[in-house]
Ligand binder design. Structure first.
Ligand code: FE
Length: 206
């Protein structure tokens, strides 16, 4: 099987918001999809190790902010490269909420959805939630960001590898997580996206 075939599947990029009694939180996802039209149904597949996933299992609702092409790498980093278990991501980001209290980002988004979970299935790394849309809004006329746009236009370009430079860490090519030790264990698994050591690239000393 050619794993690279998977890279040609198109996705959007979204802020997935959740709320429990303790916290509002959100992460970055590329897995929000409309899967039926009558009745209208959507799915979201959320990494089981993500705090947001635990929150959705508890609350049974979630929000989606569809990121637009003004989205910056800082927004992706803020919501995608740190865990809501460690920080309150909305301490420093302006947000609105849906009727359930799930957070929407106030900038860099073109559409917003409030969703209620109907059923779920554990798929191993991820849980797939099937949901209905309770509210939907268009909030800007900017085109949506695709996952391919993210990879080619938003994510910083890696500098040409310089073999005479010292390796100080390793960066996950999938999500950007940085492992800050010079030697990456061969069985290492990215704590954010679950990809293996083979998906990491070296970070060189300046
Ligand atoms: Fe990763």
């Amino acid at each position: 099987m050619d794993q690279k075939a998977l890279f040609n599947i198109s996705y959007g990029v979204f802020v997935l918001g959740a709320k429990t009694e303790e916290k509002v939180n959100a992460c970055i996802t590329n897995t929000f999809v409309q899967v039926a039209s009558d009745p209208l149904r959507v799915t979201i597949a959320c990494l089981n190790r993500n705090y947001t996933c635990d929150m959705i299992k508890k609350s049974g609702t979630f929000s989606i902010s569809v990121l637009d092409q003004s989205c910056t790498f800082d927004t992706i980093k803020h919501f995608g490269f740190q865990s809501g278990r460690d920080v309150n991501k909305f301490d420093t980001v302006a947000y609105d909420t849906d009727a359930y209290g799930n957070p929407y980002v106030k900038k860099e988004a073109c559409s917003l959805f409030s969703c209620k979970v109907l059923s779920s299935q554990d798929l191993g790394t991820h849980t797939l939630f099937i949901a209905e849309i309770e509210d939907a809004r268009v909030v800007s006329d900017k085109p949506p960001l695709t996952y391919s746009d993210y990879q080619t236009k938003v994510k910083p370009k890696r500098e040409a590898a310089a073999t005479d430079k010292k390796i100080v860490g390793w960066r996950c090519k999938i999500c950007g997580y940085e492992y800050k030790e010079p030697v990456l264990p061969p069985d290492y698994v990215c704590p954010l996206c679950g990809h293996p050591a083979s998906d990491f690239e070296p970070i060189y000393a300046d």
